[in-house]
Design a binder for this molecule. Structure first.
Ligand SMILES: Cc1cc2nc3c(=O)[nH]c(=O)nc-3n(C[C@H](O)[C@H](O)[C@H](O)COP(=O)(O)OP(=O)(O)OC[C@H]3O[C@@H](n4cnc5c(N)ncnc54)[C@H](O)[C@@H]3O)c2cc1C
Length: 466
């Protein structure tokens, strides 16, 4: 009998499995796919390695949550710091997102001149810094006492940021800048979308500020790709079962039975790293199904379309770019694409992961023709922007939300965006109403991306009292 069974090896699942193992618990980690890491995994195609989705590790620095969790686990990852978080290419203008505030503001002045930048971006910078200094949050929705306790723990946060929590990003920016130039608005929207996964009018200015400020945090990429990070992260976990999907979970007395195609496993407690929209499928008992069915209404149907390319080239590139186009890509819900180059240019080979936002329901019909169309548009954009010749492209293919579903069991990606409608009390907590059953990952508290998921891991550790 294991102390904990963790269902899913994403950023949240692997981190909590490792943290619990470090504390001496017997842990079993189950992963449906061949590779660990979910949206942050790496995979091999025709002999070339690719990052599946995530390419940047933001906030691995003192006082920030990612480092706090890794330190507690005893993980010292092999990271390379990127001085330049990304270059934004927008209608022929290139804006370098430097970490240093004054350097970045000078870039903005060059491309989107305004006298208000200094004041606005200083505020964005300050909100982000103050946010990461807040500690000791606790979030549970289990019962009324837990809810009150949660509200109490967030009181310092609400008091500190009250001016920015109840106004939309769009309205606050209008208030700061007066009339906002269309091009600058497009720049802000595209930058916010890749972090907050929502539009400025849907989120509070607080959320917008933290999203816009992510490039002021230390940004790293993982030497050797995320594959290496997950190998290191899970090496202290007693039992890691890859290619093992948990098909059904039942509670028998005070322990859980987990059924896989191969055999049954038993654990005192279970932590789900599946999305809250799909966790109901893991249970056959009505009461347990209902626990998760209520979250289906939070599913915003957002998905991703990713183009993967390997180049054989002697050209050199920075690590991350965002291209913002005039119009939305076909079969996408965004006019921008985020492009990351791999860190090792071994023997002249470099791989690219390029993603844009889509709605997963778009992919339920005319699949092949839609896929060819969008892959073609994005590949063309990359080839033109980086002045590549067709001969330099040695591998090119793409993944739709249905590909994500096939490999990592989720078509929705981007988690639960922290919109003004979907704030704290509505956000799924890391515990459930079922004794011994917990959840972690980007559809639960706190948010998507490594920093958001690690806040959930810390909160879960607190709820488990470990
Ligand atoms: C295209 C893209 C780019 C991104 N870029 C970045 C970035 O640069 N930086 C950043 O910080 N974040 C980025 N993100 C977000 C980040 O990758 C995710 O928020 C984070 O990795 C999600 O972690 P998670 O814990 O929710 O687990 P997930 O990634 O959802 O993984 C869950 C795992 O559980 C497994 N699983 C599910 N059900 C079962 C079952 N029944 N049995 C066994 N296994 C199961 C799945 O196969 C999967 O491996 C990106 C996301 C995408 C899609």
């Amino acid at each position: 009998m294991f102390d904990f069974a963790v269902v899913g090896s994403g950023a949240g699942g692997s981190s909590i499995a490792s943290l619990l193992s470090k504390k001496g618990y017997r842990v079993a980690l189950f992963e449906k796919d061949t590779n660990l890491g979910g949206c942050s995994s790496s995979f091999k195609h025709k002999g070339y390695w690719y990052n599946t989705g995530a390419t940047t590790l933001a906030g691995y620095e003192d006082g920030h949550v990612v480092k706090e969790v890794f330190d507690e686990i005893g993980l010292d990852p092999n990271l390379k710091e990127s001085e330049l978080s990304m270059e934004v290419i927008h209608k022929g203008k290139i804006t370098k997102r430097y970490r240093e505030l004054s350097k970045f503001v000078r870039e903005l002045q060059k491309n989107y001149p305004s006298q208000k930048h200094e004041q606005f971006w200083n505020l964005v910078y300050r909100i982000n810094q103050e946010f990461y200094q807040l500690k000791g949050y606790y979030y549970s929705n289990k019962n009324i006492i837990a809810k009150l306790f949660s509200l109490f723990s967030f009181l310092p946060f609400v008091i500190k940021f009250r001016k920015y929590l109840f106004i939309s990003g769009e309205d606050f920016i209008k208030r700061c800048y007066g009339e906002v130039e269309q091009e600058y608005k497009e720049f802000l929207e595209a930058q916010v979308l890749i972090v907050a996964q929502a539009k400025l009018k849907e989120i509070s200015f607080f959320t917008a500020a933290v999203a816009l400020a992510y490039t002021f945090n230390k940004n790293h990429h993982v030497a050797g790709g995320f594959k290496k990070l997950f190998e290191d992260l899970t090496k202290n976990v007693e039992s890691v079962f890859k290619n093992t999907q948990v098909l059904n979970i039942d509670k028998i007395g005070n322990y859980f039975e987990l059924e896989t195609a191969q055999e049954k496993f038993y654990a005192k407690k279970v932590i789900l790293n599946s999305t809250v929209y799909q966790s109901d499928q893991l249970f056959s008992k009505k009461r347990y199904k209902e626990e998760f069915e209520r979250y289906k209404k939070l599913d915003n149907h957002q998905g991703t379309f990713v183009v993967y390319i390997t180049l054989k080239t002697d050209k050199k590139f920075d690590y991350h770019y965002q291209i913002i186009k005039e119009k939305c890509f076909t079969h996408a819900i965004s006019n921008s694409v985020f492009i990351s180059f791999s860190d090792d240019f071994k023997d002249g080979y470099v791989s690219i992961t390029a993603s844009t936002h889509t709605n997963y329901r778009i992919w339920y019909d005319q699949y092949q023709s839609k896929k060819e169309k969008l892959q073609g548009e994005i590949a063309q954009e990359i080839i033109q922007t980086f002045k590549l010749s067709k001969d330099e492209v040695v591998d090119l293919f793409s993944a739709t939300p249905l590909t994500f579903k096939r490999y990592i069991n989720r078509e929705q990606v981007g988690g639960n965006p922290i919109t003004m409608k979907n704030f704290l009390v509505k956000l799924p907590a890391n515990d459930t109403h079922i004794e011994g059953l917990y959840q972690v990952g980007d559809t639960t508290f706190a948010a998507q991306g490594w920093p958001g998921v690690m806040m959930g891991v810390k909160n879960l550790a607190r709820l488990l009292d470990v």
